[in-house]
Design a protein around this ligand. Structure first.
Ligand code: AMP
Ligand code: MG
Length: 340
């Protein structure tokens, strides 16, 4: 495995190696503005299979196809509506994935047998340059073993997937830290299947309407049919048991947290609460929801190595980017949530 450090500049010789590796059915880890991706030639069944194997990803969970320009996007899809065109114009490139009717060129291995395909155009120079130089779309899920927190720093990913890929490309810590907003237009209404940095308000401002899938902040029961296969699976979880505290009243929240803290319990919360928490095991997510989103997955990986018996996590208000953060935290905690 090779590690390419492109934090300052993209090395052209190494870029050639990466492109050749992709042509030869290899898989690579590369940065995007959301989280790192583990990617391969989206038209190559053999390479796509390697990704499912490396991640231990359930075979019914489709991959997102990453493109670098509109004409590449249009080759992958068919029957696009005017609402979908508008969403593409407004949010691509960006932390936004749109589910569209797939064209014949996209293999069913990528879409897990579905006739739709998830398409994203990342807004990250390294990701753009790799896709553009390769000249074809790259299929890429998040760079982590299935069910684990997503990879947002190269050191975490090296530990987990280093021996399974051709190269790890280091573009520094990812800017957003949570995966893209996934949207499907159903009966002319954009429905958010997974919340992300493109918020419901952002979408409403562009097309006038938006809906949130009911599973975004709730558990999926066993026999339910879901719009997105990923909703059913275990996600973002450390090995240590986690509990989410979702209490609105600040004083009550701090009281509850303090009553639960012991030597073998870690607390993950906002910097402003450091002084109010009676514990040496305080781990800061930062000052803002943006900070927390950027840090959370790497922080959970770090704490997971420290032999605590329980991790208590402070929730945030489910609005704006907070919806995306809560969607991840609820799953991190396997729906163990203490409410008001
Ligand atoms: P990840 O690969 O970790 O970024 O997750 C991709 C998410 O997009 C998963 O939740 C998938 O289930 C979802 N997804 C990918 N393709 C489709 C599709 N064609 N229809 C619905 N959801 C999809
Ligand atoms: Mg993932």
């Amino acid at each position: 495995m090779k590690i390419y450090d492109w934090k300052q500049t993209i090395n052209k010789d190494e870029l050639n190696n990466v492109v050749n590796a992709l042509y030869n059915s290899n898989i690579i880890v590369f940065p995007t503005e959301t989280v790192y991706g583990i990617g391969c030639d989206a038209f190559n069944d053999e390479a796509v299979k390697k990704i499912f194997e490396a991640k231990g990803r359930p075979s019914d969970n489709p991959l997102i196809v990453h493109v670098s320009n509109i004409s590449m996007l249009k080759r992958c899809i068919k029957n696009i509506s005017s609402i979908e065109e508008k969403l593409i114009d407004s949010f691509m490139p960006g932390p936004f994935t749109l589910i569209l009717q797939k064209s014949e060129i996209i293999p069913h291995s990528v879409t897990a047998g579905l006739d739709t395909v998830a398409i994203r155009m990342p807004n990250n120079n390294i990701a753009k340059e790799i896709i553009e130089s390769f000249g074809k779309p790259i299929a890429a899920p998040s760079a982590n073993i299935s069910g684990r927190p997503s990879g947002t720093r190269i050191a975490d990913i090296k530990e987990e997937l280093g021996d399974k890929v051709y190269a790890l490309i280091d573009g520094g810590n990812t800017k957003i830290g949570l995966e893209s907003t996934v949207v499907k237009v159903i009966n002319n209404i954009p429905v958010i299947l997974r919340p992300g940095a493109v918020t419901p308000e952002d979408i409403k401002n562009v097309v006038g309407r938006v809906e949130l899938d009911k599973h975004i902040l709730a558990e999926v029961s066993t026999n339910e049919v879901v719009e997105s296969p990923g909703m059913k699976h275990k996600h973002y979880s450390p090995e240590t048991k986690c509990i989410l505290i979702n209490i609105e009243n600040e004083r009550k929240k701090i009281e509850k947290i303090n009553s639960m803290l012991k030597d073998n319990v870690a607390f993950v919360g906002f910097e402003k609460n450091r002084k109010k928490i009676n514990s040496n095991n305080f781990y800061s997510m930062g000052e803002t929801v943006e900070d927390a989103s950027q840090n959370i997955f790497s922080l959970l990986r770090k704490i997971d190595k420290l032999d605590y018996d329980l991790i208590i996590i402070e929730g945030v208000k489910a609005q704006g980017l907070g919806i995306a953060l809560m969607n991840r935290l609820i799953r991190t905690c396997a729906y163990n949530v203490i409410e008001n």
